[in-house]
Write a protein that binds this ligand. Structure first.
Ligand SMILES: Cc1cc2nc3c(=O)[nH]c(=O)nc-3n(C[C@H](O)[C@H](O)[C@H](O)COP(=O)(O)O)c2cc1C
Length: 201
């Protein structure tokens, strides 16, 4: 069976963003769970940030000839991924716009029928737990299967250092292992099932 490729969506383009710490921490961990991480970073992705906001791929009259190459390539990457992981903070109780801009650029049928794990973090005491309840229906609307486990990391600046090393371990980091195991389990199950029951394209 081909490797279980997990697309990891970063939810921030902010200067000195904390998501960098989580990205560095999670990359090795995903490999330890026998999956292949592919980081999708809204900061470096679009040639121009405007491209992420103006026209979603499925709103071009003829996406094949009119859409930017990076958009078509990433769409193909999304379609071929075995699963997804969302690294998100909470901005005023909502989903950071960098994340919605990125995900909304692609049609729901590119994401559908693949598992997604959610890991939220904040510099405060609650680990952005409120955004979880917003992310779940949003990701479902995009066609992903939200796995039951989730992880929230409060006080991320005191939990992971700038290189992604653990400063202070707590039960919240163990929950990340559970999220990754669930994503892997669903991804494998869907891949296996799909061999005999392929989805219509
Ligand atoms: C515009 C804005 C709104 C925020 N709102 C919340 C919030 O509602 N809840 C929370 O726990 N933290 C909130 N924070 C603090 C974030 O937890 C913290 O800045 C975190 O580092 C953001 O992630 P990032 O650094 O990867 O962008 C907010 C931060 C910003 C910039």
């Amino acid at each position: 069976m081909s490797p279980i490729k997990i697309l990891v969506f970063l939810g921030s383009v902010r200067t000195s963003r904390m998501v960098e710490r989580l990205r560095k921490f999670i990359e090795t961990l995903i490999e330890n769970h026998n999956m292949q991480p592919v980081i999708i970073d809204p900061l470096t992705l679009a040639q121009s940030a405007i491209e992420l906001n103006r026209t979603p791929l499925h709103f071009f009259a003829d996406p094949e000839s009119d859409a930017p190459t990076w958009m078509k390539d990433l769409n193909e990457g999304i379609r071929r991924a075995s699963g997804f992981l969302i690294l998100s903070s909470e901005y005023n109780c909502g989903i950071p716009p960098a994340l919605t801009n990125l995900l909304n650029t692609f049609p729901p049928w590119s994401y559908r029928h693949r598992p997604v794990g959610i890991i939220t973090y904040s510099t405060g005491n609650f680990g952005a737990v409120r955004v979880l309840s917003v992310l779940r229906p949003y990701l479902t609307e995009l066609g992903m299967i939200v796995v039951p486990a989730y992880a929230t990391i409060p006080m991320i600046q005191e939990t992971l250092d700038e290189d992604g090393n653990v400063i202070r371990n707590g039960f919240e980091l163990k929950n990340i292992d559970t999220v990754l195991e669930e994503v892997r389990w669903y991804a494998k199950a869907i891949k296996t099932f799909n061999v005999n029951h392929p989805l219509p394209s």
